[in-house]
Design a protein around this ligand. Structure first.
Ligand code: NI
Length: 187
């Protein structure tokens, strides 16, 4: 297993429609293992394959089993996921590993039923609610080249983009002051 670098917006791979997985082989297993380790290392709830530069329809999630503070976590691997049913509405403040430094409240379906394949290619159907539903919809959007800011109104998106540019500029200044390599500039 290895930690892979997470790409940040505006990297073009984040705007691409990812391709369906056809080979359920060792390469896929390695990708899934690496994504789990990368997500854990970054303290993320979810990670889409194109966030590590691989344009395939795969995402991973690690979700608490309940609202309790010390609830055990369950890890999910979703290959070729699709939503087959959705209901209700939930507002949730989302962040994204590809947009470090900002968070925005997004409205999504409160409950979704997903159909996907596991790493061996077996078809799985599963219902996600609350934070699990939010996370799954956020990650599925990534696979379609859509980011959480695309779910905001034009004005809110513009403000969020401005805040993100500021956060990136500040991160660059901090990195230079610390003598670390600067993050890639906006653009
Ligand atoms: Ni994201």
């Amino acid at each position: 297993m290895a930690i892979r670098p997470i790409v940040t917006f505006p990297h073009p791979v984040l705007k691409q429609q990812c391709a369906a997985v056809e080979q359920f082989d060792d390469e896929l297993a390695t990708l899934l293992d690496d994504m789990r380790q990368t997500m854990d290392d970054a303290d993320g709830l979810g990670l889409a394959a194109n966030q590590v530069g691989v344009s395939l329809r795969v995402f991973t999630m690690t979700l608490p089993e309940s609202d309790a503070e010390d609830a055990p976590m369950t890890h999910y691997e979703l290959v070729n996921p699709e939503i087959v049913r959705r209901s209700g509405e939930i507002r949730f403040e989302e962040g994204c590993l590809s947009f470090p430094g900002i968070s925005e409240t997004v409205v999504r379906a409160a409950t979704i039923q997903m159909r996907y394949q596991d790493r061996a290619g077996a078809v799985v159907e599963q219902t996600f609610e609350g934070v699990g539903a939010v996370c799954a919809q956020h990650e599925l959007d990534h696979l379609n080249g859509v980011t959480f800011l695309d779910r905001l109104s034009t004005l809110k998106k513009r403000l969020a983009m401005r805040a993100y540019k500021r956060a990136r500029a500040q991160a660059k200044i901090d990195a230079e002051e610390d003598g670390r390599a600067a993050v890639r500039p906006w653009g």
